[in-house]
Ligand binder design. Structure first.
Ligand code: GLN
Length: 308
């Protein structure tokens, strides 16, 4: 049996309480003004084990915005519609030593590094067909399915704040439009801002981690979207760039495909086994949750979960 089946509420509670003090080492994101209002002390951890059962501790039902954790879901929709080859003609499979909002490699290579950083993710969302909000609605629909949570939606205030202040993202959008990678209007960028503003809980997030770990089979066994190739693609992208420029060191210390967001969430897939999610708003210099990272380190070491 998998070591993940040993995870209990008691052990998650111990890990959470041991690490929660690290919130003092981080800083809540405030470059999107609405995000600055998050409670720095809220903390949660959840596991969906190999049987699809949820175990969690802390503020598991507290909502936060997905931010960059929406990127793998948008990638899945874009690849289902266009095929992997067409999508990756326009962007790379490269890892990164650059922060999430860097312009690499738009000038030197003429295309984004990968779909896990902003430039590649903005491009990914623009490749989903439909006018206006339709591409976003497809992302939201898939998320509601994966989490089996029809109430999931985006936060209008965070969306407005992102749109208002997202000048770097707007810059990337227009460089890619100029290069012919993007053909539509700024409505496509709005869909990227909307997907970043989707609110969910740590529990929802662990279910998404499970979905990508388990060949896109849902936690309750529903196989409607089963797709081993897409699950391998997405986990590989999470491994090489899901934690941005920290991904290399993270592969050494944790060794699991993971995706973080500046809302303070981190989603982890234990390939062919389980999903894990952590939440705590204060971030390190790379934009990754400080308490979240420490909790993952403990969980992975304790249960020997890394893929290497
Ligand atoms: N909405 C954020 C942005 O585009 C997402 C970035 C992140 O979570 N790292 O800047």
């Amino acid at each position: 049996t998998s070591p993940i089946s040993e995870v209990s509420k008691a052990s998650l509670t111990t890990i959470l309480n041991k690490n929660r003090h690290y919130y003092l080492d981080g800083k809540v994101a405030d470059y999107i003004p609405e995000l600055g209002k998050m409670d720095p002390k809220a903390v949660a951890i959840a596991v969906v084990n190999e049987k699809g059962l949820l175990i969690g501790a802390g503020d598991m039902h507290k909502k936060f915005t997905m931010q960059s954790i929406s990127k793998p879901i948008a990638l899945m929709v874009a690849v289902m519609e266009n095929g992997e080859e067409a999508v990756f003609k326009k962007m790379g499979y490269f890892g990164t030593d650059k922060p999430f909002n860097h312009f690499s490699n738009l000038e030197t290579m003429g295309k984004p590094l990968n779909p896990m950083m902003n430039a590649g993710a903005i491009l990914t969302t623009s490749l989903i067909s439909g006018d206006g909000q339709v591409p976003f609605d497809k992302i939201l629909k898939l998320l509601r399915y994966i989490t089996d949570n029809p109430t999931l939606d985006y936060n209008e205030t965070v969306y407005a704040s992102e749109k208002e202040t997202g000048h770097r993202n707007r810059g990337m959008f227009y460089i890619m439009k100029n290069a012919g990678l993007i053909s539509g209007s700024e409505e496509q960028l709005d869909n990227y801002f909307r997907q970043c503003s989707i609110e969910l809980t740590t529990e929802d997030l662990a279910k998404i981690g499970y979905f990508f770990a388990q060949q896109c089979v849902r936690f309750d066994g529903d196989q409607r979207y089963k797709n081993p190739e897409i699950s391998k693609l997405i986990q590989s992208q999470m491994l090489i760039a899901g934690m941005y420029e920290f991904s290399g060191e993270y592969a050494r210390t944790v060794g699991l495909p993971s995706k973080s967001g500046v809302g303070g969430g981190i989603m982890i897939s234990v390939p062919n086994e389980a999903g894990i999610a952590v939440f705590s708003a204060p971030l390190d210099a790379h934009g990754n949750s400080v308490v979240g990272y420490h909790m993952i380190l403990d969980l992975v070491r304790h249960y020997n979960l890394g893929i290497f």
